[in-house]
Structure formats: C-alpha cells, structure tokens
Design a protein around this ligand. Structure first.
Ligand code: NAP
Length: 308
C-alpha cells in the first residue's frame, strides 16, 4: 500500500479527497490517502505551503513532494524539503489561465471599456483586427505557451520570451536580455507568466518599461515581484503605459492603502486568474506516483538552482 499524505489547507480535503481516490483507482494505484500518517511512513506528500507542514525532516522515506500550486517560490526556500519537488501542471488550471488571459487581452484589444463609457452617444470606433495587435508573452512555460497558442489562434501576432531559446510553431521566440528588449519594443499588450525567482524580480522596471511603445497595456497573472511597482505607477501616471490589469501582488491581499486600488489606469483582481482544479490535478498526481513507483523520472520536477 502506497502511503500518501495530504498536507494542504484543511478546507481543501473535502474537494480533493474524492478526486484523488478516483484518480488513484483509475490509475490502479493501491493508495492509503490520509492527512495524519506518521511522518516516517509516508511515501509521497501532496503539498500546499499554507498547510501546517513546514518541517520535512521526519519524512525520511518520502520519495517526492507534489505541490498543488504552479508557483513554488514559497516552497523552494524550505531547506528541510530535500526530496524531489514537483510543481503543479494541471490541464484545468491551464484552461482557467487561458480563459482569464484571453478575456483581458480582448478587453484591451476591443476597447470594451470605451463601449461601456460611451453608453450615452452614438460614437463608432471600429477596433483593429487581432492581426494588427502585437502581443508579447513573458514566460513560455506550461501556462505561457498555452496562452500564446490561444492568442495566436485568434490572429494576434505573438512574441514569447523565455530563459532558454525555444522554437514554437507560429510564435516569434526570444530569450536573454536583448531578446527581452526586442520582445517589448513592438508589444501593444504584454502578459507576464514568469515564475517568481531571484532572476525574474523586477523584469518590468523603469528601463524595460521604457522599451514598450507608448500606450501599451500590461497584464500580470504571474507574480507581484515581476514588476517594480513604483516604476509601473510612474509609467501609468505619465500615460506612457495606458493601463495595467494586475492579479498578483508583492503583498496579498493587496493592502487597502496601496495606490493600485484607486488608480484610474489599473484593474486589480484578487489572485483569481487560475486555480488548481481537483479533478484534473488529481490525475496529474496519480500519473506522477505511477512514474515514481515504476522508477521513471518525475514529471514537472522543480530545478532548485533555477527556483522553478
Ligand atoms: P513554467 O512552466 O515553469 O514556465 C516558466 C517560464 O518562465 C518558462 O518559459 C521559463 O523559461 C521562463 N523563465 C523562468 N525564468 C526566466 C528568466 N530568468 N528569464 C526569462 N524567462 C524565464 O511555469 P508555468 O506553469 O507556466 O507558470 C508560470 C507562473 O504563473 C507560475 O510560476 C506562477 O507564479 C504563475 N501562476 C499564477 C496563477 C494565478 O492565479 N495568478 C496561477 C498559476 C500560476 P524556460 O522555458 O527557458 O525554462
């Protein structure tokens, strides 16, 4: 019997338990799933950093820790966690992110705000076609690539930027510091889907924001520290950046006193772009346990050096 510990916020147990049991049965895995196994007996931990479990030292036979979250910046600093750590790549979460990003891109592209603001007059302004609206995705991982592909299917010319060089059909791919400058220079809409690491902090700062064309819009469903808040506020105040939609922040919940709340050129959403969905996430976890039990490399393993 494989002993799996569920270590997430207790209120998640009721939604995850049936999904995990179904997925384990479908994968023909004999699993004893609990929240209270003795630590030294646990084979795998399903983990969210807001659980009580912070010290992994007693988990001496644990073969892997499966994060329920795609972003692992709150876990990678835990020095007691020496087991392989896998981040969440979940088709349900990805679908949610594609919908959220596409919706906010189309809001900007079609200038839906203008339609809402001009309900008192007949004032036709026809939006351009998607093919005339270059979009840049910073981050071409599981989520960035899915969003880039969806936007490309709608006709947007999409440029993507990643750490390593990539070749993706139909996308213009850039990497490195010079690649970032090129990726920003033409972008009318920029979407950030990078992980929060030492190397990605303030990816958008006063210097890089200055590479964007006047009137560009920014959508950040990645992580708060990817953007220098002060530099963004300066660019918004001067009108160089027309608008920003921000889902993630350095401090969450975003403090009521933060200038983003009242800024006329900012839309705040409360970290709701995409959530892990128990049904599809459970299948991914079952698949990864199958990998572990048959000696195959774990899927979506975090590189501790890179931090994602
Ligand atoms: P991922 O698969 O790990 O992809 C990360 C991408 O970022 C990769 O393309 C990677 O480049 C690139 N990257 C990393 N460091 C870089 C650097 N220094 N310079 C340039 N590119 C760099 O991650 P994911 O699953 O797509 O998720 C991305 C992020 O979305 C997560 O880390 C999380 O913070 C955020 N997220 C937010 C929500 C929400 O609700 N708001 C939900 C889920 C996730 P390579 O391809 O070269 O490795």
């Amino acid at each position: 019997m494989i002993k799996v510990q569920f270590a997430a916020h207790p209120e998640r147990w009721d939604s995850y338990r049936p999904a995990l049991e179904t997925a384990f049965a479908a994968a023909q895995l004999q699993v004893d799933l609990r929240q209270d196994h003795p630590a030294a007996e646990v084979d795998y931990v399903i983990y969210a950093p807001n659980s009580d479990l912070q010290d992994f030292t007693p988990y001496t036979r644990c073969k892997a820790v499966f994060s329920l979250w795609a972003g692992v910046e709150k876990i990678t600093g835990n020095t007691s966690l020496t087991q392989p750590l896998c981040r969440m790549v979940d088709p349900g979460l990805t679908a949610g992110m594609v919908e959220w990003v596409t919706g906010h891109v189309l809001r900007y592209h079609l200038d839906i705000d203008r339609s809402i603001a001009t309900q008192d007059r007949w004032d036709p302004v026809v939006p351009p076609l998607a093919q005339e609206r270059p979009v840049t995705l910073l981050g071409l991982g599981a989520l960035g690539t899915a969003c880039a592909t969806a936007l490309q299917r709608l006709g947007f010319p999409v440029t993507g930027w990643s750490r390593s060089q990539k070749t993706l059909t139909g996308l213009h791919c850039e990497h490195g510091a010079e690649g970032l400058t090129r990726a920003l220079e033409t972008a009318q809409i920029v979407i950030l889907l990078l992980p929060d690491t030492a190397a990605t902090e303030n990816t958008l700062n006063a210097t890089t924001l200055a590479h964007l064309p006047k009137g560009a819009r920014i959508i950040n469903p990645g992580r708060g520290p990817l953007i220098d808040d002060v530099a963004l506020l300066d660019a918004l105040d001067s009108g160089r950046i027309a608008h920003a939609t921000l889902d993630v922040f350095r401090q969450e919940p975003l403090p009521q006193t933060h200038p983003f709340w009242a800024h006329p050129r900012v839309t705040v959403t409360p970290h709701i772009a995409a959530e892990t969905r128990p049904l599809t996430a459970a299948r991914m976890i079952a698949k990864n346990i199958q990998h572990g039990e048959s000696g195959l490399p774990f899927l979506n393993q975090v590189d501790r050096q890179l931090g994602y």
